[in-house]
Write a protein that binds this ligand. Structure first.
Ligand code: SAH
Length: 264
């Protein structure tokens, strides 16, 4: 079933209550260390010595000032048992919740890599700004629970940002698998998605819950409807595409500096 357009979800953070004062605290949520490191360097951020997070969690926070902005980059860090990046919705939700509580951001930017559909206009290295975000692997075939499972939300609307930086705009679909089974594919088509990731809809859920504006920058590492195996293509393109993502993220920060959320 096609997700509803949750106008209410966007309206709650894109209405007259949107702060008119300049943005001061920006929170980047980035799933993988490889994606975050170049931005940490670009903004000359430092890893905080005293964690604002509970003792023992692997979550990492980098902090610093860039122009007029306080910038935080948080990553879910390495899985405590297996040592790989804690990708996926569970870590992303917890990290988003704890970061909002601790850091009180004015704006969240979820930056990361994604799979793209060439049939919907995506190419390797494209950076998309997501207009809508939904889940594709939460199937609950009971009336209304079906819509709850899809969990469609609109990103904070940033028409000026999209235009100024000439970013492609498309819908993002999120699930906890890197691959795509036929059921997920059908849901992704129903979500009308151009890009597919493993964190976006979870971050959108928490941001909406706590009423923090959130935007989603997704750089395409692999073409899902292409002929290369996803995992292989992802690893092959990760470094180059991360560079494109970080360039776009830096441009977004330059654009945001000195502006209020309602000017984005
Ligand atoms: N093999 C990788 C695992 C990364 S998982 C490694 O060596 O670390 C994929 C990460 O990239 C997730 O954070 C996800 O959001 C994003 N991603 C990139 N391409 C994706 C795709 N086709 N489907 C889902 N997520 C994708």
């Amino acid at each position: 079933m096609a997700p509803p357009h949750d106008d209410k979800a966007a309206a709650e953070v894109n209405d007259d209550s949107t702060p008119k004062r300049p943005i001061s605290n920006v929170l980047f949520i980035i799933a993988m260390q490889t994606e975050a490191s170049p931005l940490v360097n670009k903004f000359q951020l430092v890893e905080e010595p005293e964690s604002v997070f509970p003792k023992g969690v692997p979550w990492v926070r980098y902090y610093g000032k860039y122009k007029d902005l306080n910038i935080n980059i948080v990553c879910p860090g390495k899985d405590k048992i297996l040592g790989v990046d804690s990708v996926g919705t569970v870590s992303a939700s917890l990290l988003t919740y704890a970061s909002i509580q601790a850091l009180q951001p004015d704006l969240i930017i979820n930056a990361g890599t994604a799979g793209g559909f060439k049939a919907k206009g995506a190419s390797i290295g494209d950076v998309f700004l997501a207009s809508d975000i939904a889940f594709h692997d939460r199937r609950i075939p009971i009336p209304v629970f079906d819509l709850y499972g899809v969990g469609s939300r609109q990103a904070f609307s940033t028409p000026n940002l999209a235009k100024e930086l000439n970013l492609k705009v498309g819908k993002l679909s999120t699930g906890d698998s890197l691959d795509m089974c036929p059921q997920d594919e059908a849901a992704i088509v129903a979500n009308d998605a151009t890009v597919k990731d493993m964190e976006g809809a979870a971050i959108a859920y928490v941001a909406h819950l706590l009423e923090v504006p959130a935007i989603f920058l997704k750089a395409v590492t692999d073409i899902i409807d292409g002929d290369k195996p996803t995992a292989e293509e992802f690893l092959q393109n990760l470094a180059a595409v991360t560079a494109a993502l970080d360039l776009a993220a830096a441009q977004v920060v330059d654009f945001i500096n000195g502006k209020s959320c309602s000017e984005l």
